[in-house]
Each structure stands twice: as C-alpha cells, then as structure tokens.
Design a protein around this ligand. Structure first.
Ligand code: C2G
Length: 731
C-alpha cells in the first residue's frame, strides 16, 4: 500500500503550480502519489509535468471548472495512500515541511498530523529568503500537548484571520476519512463540514513545529482572486456565521460523546475569533457609519462573547466583552475608541514616518505656501533625471532666481546646476518643503497619504509611453498591496497637469488612471535633450563614464518583472543575456552598457566581462545613455519609445514574451507587429541581429517611420517650453 496520496486541484496559473510541484519534488518523498485534478484549465501543463519524471503524478482531467470541493473529491475517490494530504496548486511548501509530517506519521501513526500555514504575498524564492532573513518565527509548541498544538494549527495562525478550519497541510489517515466527501454545494466553506464530519473518527493528533506551508495571497482583489479573497459578503458576517455553524456542530458532537478534543477545538476557535474581534473587527465597528450594520453585528458578537474564556483576557479586554453582555453599545464604543486612539498615539511616536506625517499635517501644513517655490522629484528621489530634470533646467536657464527650487534627491552629493535646495525623500526637511511648495513636479505617483492643500498644484510628468498595461488596465497585479488599484485613482485625482508625449499616451493615461484633469500633450521634457545635445556634449558623456572612444555602444535596458519582487518596491532580476557569448562575438567592435530598471535591487557583477560590459545602473540620466548608444536592446520597457527619437536601431530581447504578455501584464499595442525592431528569444539571435544590423535597418525602415510618426512626432526639443507656457497662461 502506498503511504501517502497528495491531492492537488488545479484550474489556473501554471507558474504557481510549478512552485507547488518544485516544492513537493524537493521533499524527496518515497512511497507517494500525487493526484492532480486538472479542471477547466486553459493552460497546457503537459510540458511542465514532464519536468518531473521522478514524481509519481496521476492526472485526472475535466473540461469544466469543478470547484475545489468537487476536485478534491475526485482525488479522494482514487487515492490509495494510507494517509491523504491536501495542498492547493498555488501554494507551496517551505523546505522540508511535508517530510517532517511524514516522519512523525511513520513514527506515531497518529490519525492527524499537521503543520503551520503561513500567508504570503511572495514568490517562492523570495519567501524563503525573507523567512530566513527576517527571522519570522513559526509558531512554537512550547508546553502544549500534541493535541493542543494540532488544534492550534488546524484552526490556523493569526494570519489566516477569516478562516475557521482548514484541511490544508494535514496528513489524515485515509481509513478515518472512509467515504466522507467535501460538500460540493458549499462553495467557500466545504473544509469545515469535511473536517467536522471526520472529526469523531479522529483520536490521535500531533502538531509539528517548523513545518511551514506557504499559503499564497493572490494580490489582485479584482481580477485574480483566490477562493478566500472572493467577495462573499461582509467579512465579519461571513466569518461569524461560519464560526457559529462549526461551533454548533462541535457542541452537538460533544453533547453526544464528551471528549477533550472537542473542548480544545472550541477553545482554539474562540481564541482565534477573539483575536480577530480585537484587532480587526473592533476598529471597523468604531469607524462604521452604518448603524444598521452596527446593530446587527453587535447582537452577533453579544452571542459569541459568551464563548470567550475570560481567564485569558486582560482587564481592558474583559471590560469590552462585558459591555456586550450588558447590552451597552455606547459603553462598548467608548472602550474601543479609547484603546484605538491610545494605540494610534503610540504608533505615531513609535514609527518615524507616522511621526513625520503627523508633523506635516499638524504643523508644516499650517504655515504659508511660498508661491515661488517649485519642488522636483524623479524616480522616488533616486536620480537627478527624467522630465523633472529637464523642466527644472529649462526653468532655471530661463527664469534663474525668480523661483525657489527644491530637489528631492536621496544622495545629496549629486551635482545639480543652479544649486537648488536638496532634501532627502521622507526626511523631516522634505515634509517641510513639500508643505511650502506651490508646485510639485513628479514623474510617478505621490505617496497616497500625502495631500496637497489650498493653492498647491501637482504637475505629473509620468515616466514613459506605455507598452505594458498600467494602472487600472493591469489584469493581474502582483505587487504586495491589494488596494493598489483604488490608490491609483485617488492619487491621480490630485494632479492638476499631466504631461503626455503623444495622443496614444493621452488616451491611455485617461483610462488607466481614471484621470479627468488637464493633459498637456506637449512631448516629454526628458526627450528635449535628444534633439538639442551637441556632438561635444555627447563625447563628454562618454569621457565622464570612462568609456573607450573607438567602440560602438550597445545599451541593454530591460524592464522589471511583476512576479520577481522580494520586498516592498524592491525587485529581483536575472540577467538572461549570456554576456560571455556576446563578448566573444562582438567585443572587437562594440561595448555593452547594462542598465537594469531602478526597481531592481540586485547588484550586478560584471567583473568577468571587464572592458566589454559596463554597469550603468546607477547612472542618473538614461537620456544621456541613449545619446551615446548606437543600438538599444530592451524588452517591454518604455525606453524604446524615447530612444526612437534618435532613429537608431532597436532590438527586443523578449525571452519571456509569453509570460509577460499573457500572465503578467499584457500590452497596449501588438508587440509582434507594431514595434520597430525584431523580437529575439536567445542570445544567439541577439548576436546575429547585431552583426546584421544594417540589413535589419533596411528591413524595418518603413515600420520605423510609421512608429516615429505615431509616437515621436510631437517631439522637437521644445516640450519643456510648451509646458511652462501653458501653465503660465493658466496663471
Ligand atoms: N528606465 C531606466 N532604465 C531601465 C528601464 C527603465 O532608466 N532599464 C527608466 C526610463 O526612463 C523608462 C522609465 O524608467 O522610461 C520607466 O521604465 P519602464 O521599464 O517603462 O517601466 P515602468 O517603471 O513600469 O514604467 O508608462 C510607462 C510605464 O509606466 C512603465
């Protein structure tokens, strides 16, 4: 008899399934079958499955989407293992999570052996890195008994707030499941009835420490929801009613046959519910303006309040729970208000940025605005570059000291002509100058917690003609913040002017930000220099960078990938271009400048390619790099729209085109037919294209002209001037 059957329902997102299977493969489990229920999936996963010849994968396919309950049942029907284990296809195991459970199962033969489920927004690699780095400790067993710890894990960690019980990450003896199936009519909560149905059969439980299962929080609440993010009504009502349903069943079971396992389970459920009440529900209750809702939930909480074990509660917590029992909604509101405000005050003083924001609103924002002051920021203060730089230089050269200029720049040693005031982003001085400035010139989104006031105006230059979908048009947001789409609209509502380089961008900016304000379709200030620079200036850039003057230059400037983040705003990037091959083939004639996107946090090591490849990631202004480059290689970055102003050749190294196009972002134009250069998939193809660049120029000549006409024809080196004049006309 096989020892273990792992059941995985799969309907979508192949790369998540890959993480899942990789992590299973790394467990090196013998005596294990993996039952994969393919249902309603559009992706062909055969190639993926062929990558695991050593895994015993049994697939069962269905054309239609079955739903998780039915898919798991299909798995259960054919499972032959002594134990059954459920994992979802978008989740994965941390290190040896499952082996640990299996070892304990072999040793103890317990009926249920389980580990911890931890919510995460990270891709697998990053989860592991962060886990080790930040030392986020898994739950400890401490003095708890095997059964007590197992109940804690079954009900879930505090990160899975709105779940009562989960079947995931438990080894369950198949004979104890017998013929029990998941309730296929229950879309969301079939785990609960499944567990409570088999619960009477389970006698021995062991919870295992340090066996962590990563539960992926998908991060787009609008387009790519996971089951527990789907909107199934008010979170409190759905959690409390599920809690109550489970409680009733457990009470019934206990009445019929009183046992410790039922009491332990009930205590654990109540404890987790209380935690949710205290941290999430309490503040929501306080701030809600819906008296009807408040009335309903008060009654429900009143009923549940009798389940809490008062011995574990602090004095203040007890007061609150008693207010429910005394039916005193006013008293309750007062108590919650007191503790929420207390916590807020502590937070303001504990966190530097909260403290500074507090000072900004309460103090700096009460001081007068300087009608002559303009503040500039480019790429989060990382560079002196982009349209804010060229608008600034135009203003400074034209109006000199008639204005007071402030630059937000994190490295204050960066030289800026005219000696403007320099402040570091999010420093106290930054807030002070922000509050005083009449104009904020920004090339991205301002922090959503900051708001302009009175006569202040925001000029948003944005930072590129979009190829890849942006803002509200992105189908599947992979960032950490689930509310990012709402914040796009909120932030754009504060802009007074939005700069656009062409009609195409104007239309997209309107829809992708829901923006209704003024758009100045003037061309980009950052492209002025591409028309105005002299040959001497161009040579000087090369000299400043210590580049050989006798070689032609290729600039490789790829963009970032939404699924490769490892911390807020920090991305990872794998250089997929094989530099050794490029060096062998091209270094007689060319050098290569490598510039990753500014989100990418990895440091490149180009030392093996000394004399051929140069790291220009930290160089402030990419426009200057365009000026010295003979060929651009990019992928889906907006850089080629700007580079095209120079009418020099562009190659697209799109090794992961399918993923980028179909899964990560999607594009506004047809990249296959509308871009002015070839799409290349391998380093060899890139080399070939560079060697035959003259032929390619001829081949793409008509397409390039069309492209230039559509995206670059407004540009003439005077965009900054047009913008300043338009704003002056408005007063
Ligand atoms: N950039 C750069 N180096 C790179 C990539 C980008 O300096 N290797 C700069 C360029 O000025 C580019 C801008 O960052 O135009 C935006 O980069 P994209 O790769 O296009 O990506 P993103 O930041 O997501 O912005 O509408 C444009 C989109 O919003 C894209």
């Amino acid at each position: 008899m096989i020892f273990l059957s792992v059941i995985i329902p799969f309907d979508t997102v192949e790369r998540y399934l890959k993480d899942c299977l990789d992590s299973l493969f790394e467990q090196n489990l013998e005596d294990c079958e993996i039952i994969l229920i393919l249902n309603g999936n559009k992706e062909n996963v055969d190639d993926l499955l062929n990558q695991y010849p050593d895994l015993n994968i049994i697939t069962k396919s269905f054309d239609q989407r079955l739903g998780v309950a039915r898919a798991r049942n299909e798995g259960l029907k054919i499972a032959t293992g002594e134990y059954v284990y459920f994992i979802d296809s978008d989740d994965y195991l941390y290190k040896d999570a499952l082996v640990r459970l299996v070892d304990v199962a072999k040793e103890t033969h317990a009926d249920l052996i389980n580990g911890e489920r931890m919510g995460t927004a990270f891709i697998r690699e990053r989860f592991e890195e962060r886990f080790t780095k930040k030392n986020r400790d898994p739950m400890k067993k401490g003095k708890l008994s095997d059964m007590e710890f197992a109940m804690k894990l079954l009900v879930g960690s505090k990160t899975n707030k709105k779940e009562v019980l989960s079947v995931l990450h438990s080894l369950i003896k198949k004979e104890k499941i017998a013929d029990t199936l998941f309730d296929e009519n229950e879309k969301f909560f079939s785990d609960y009835s499944f567990i409570t149905s088999i619960f009477p059969n389970l006698d021995t439980f062991v919870g295992v420490e340090n066996a962590v299962y990563a539960k992926r929080n998908r991060d787009d609440p609008i387009n790519l929801t996971s089951l527990n993010q789907e909107d199934h009504g008010d979170p409190f009502l759905s959690y409390s009613s599920a809690y109550y349903d489970v409680l009733e069943v457990v009470n019934d079971l206990n009445d019929k046959n009183p046992q410790e396992k039922y009491t332990l389970l009930k205590d654990e459920m109540a404890y987790t519910f209380f935690d949710y009440y205290y941290k999430v529900f309490g503040p929501n209750f306080l701030y809600s303006e819906d008296d009807n809702w408040r009335g309903i939930v008060f009654k429900i909480m009143q009923k549940i309040s009798y389940e809490f074990n008062m011995d574990y509660l602090s004095f203040f917590q007890k007061r609150e729970i008693k207010a429910f029992q005394e039916n005193d909604i006013k008293k309750l509101t007062r108590f919650i208000k007191l503790r929420v405000n207390y916590k807020k005050t502590i937070r303001v003083f504990k966190s530097r940025w909260r403290f500074k924001t507090f000072i900004y609103f309460r103090y700096y924002n009460k001081k007068p605005i300087n009608s002559k002051q303009i503040m500039f920021i480019s790429f989060l203060g990382k560079f002196y570059s982009d349209s804010p730089k060229y608008l600034y230089e135009y203003l400074y050269n034209t109006y000199g000291d008639q204005f007071d200029y402030v630059w937000v720049i994190n490295d204050r040693s960066v030289e800026i002509p005219g000696n403007p005031k320099k402040v570091k982003r999010f420093s106290l001085k930054y807030y002070k100058e922000l509050a005083k400035s009449q104009y904020w010139v920004i090339n991205g989104r301002q922090a959503s917690r900051l708001h302009k006031r009175g006569t202040q105006k925001i000029i948003s230059t944005w930072h590129g003609t979009p190829l890849k979908k942006i803002g509200l048009d992105i189908g599947n947001v992979h960032t950490r913040d689930p509310n990012i789409k709402k914040s796009y609209i909120k932030v754009a509502r504060e802009w007074d002017y939005l700069i656009s380089p062409n009609r195409y961008t104007t239309d997209i900016l309107r829809s992708s930000f829901g923006y209704e304000g003024d758009i100045l379709e003037t061309g980009y200030p950052r492209n002025d220099v591409l028309y105005n620079a002299t040959p001497e200036q161009i040579d000087q850039i090369k000299r400043d960078l210590n580049l050989p003057m006798d070689k032609k230059i290729i600039l490789y400037a790829p963009t970032w990938r939404d699924d490769e983040y490892f911390d807020a705003g920090k991305m990872h990037f794998n250089l997929n271009l094989e530099l050794d091959k490029l060096q062998d083939a091209l270094s007689d004639e060319y050098i290569l400048l490598v510039r990753t996107h500014y989100f990418v946090a990895d440091k490149l090591d180009l030392s093996p390619y000394k004399g051929f490849a140069y790291d220009v990631c930290r160089y402030d202004d990419i426009a200057e790099l365009y000026l010295i480059s003979d060929i651009l290689i990019t992928d889906y970055s907006s850089v080629f729209f700007d580079f095209a102003n120079l009418k020099r050749p562009i190659l697209f190294y799109t090794y992961d085109l399918e993923k980028y196009e179909n899964v990560l972002r999607g594009f506004y134009i047809d990249i296959h037919s509308e871009v002015p250069g070839p799409l290349l998939k391998t380093t060899e193809e890139v080399i070939d294209a560079v060697i035959n660049i003259d032929d390619l120029n001829k081949e793409y000549s008509d397409k390039y002209d069309e492209f230039y006409e559509r995206f670059c024809s407004i540009e003439d080196g005077n965009a900054s001037k047009r913008i300043v004049e338009a704003i002056k006309r408005d007063g």
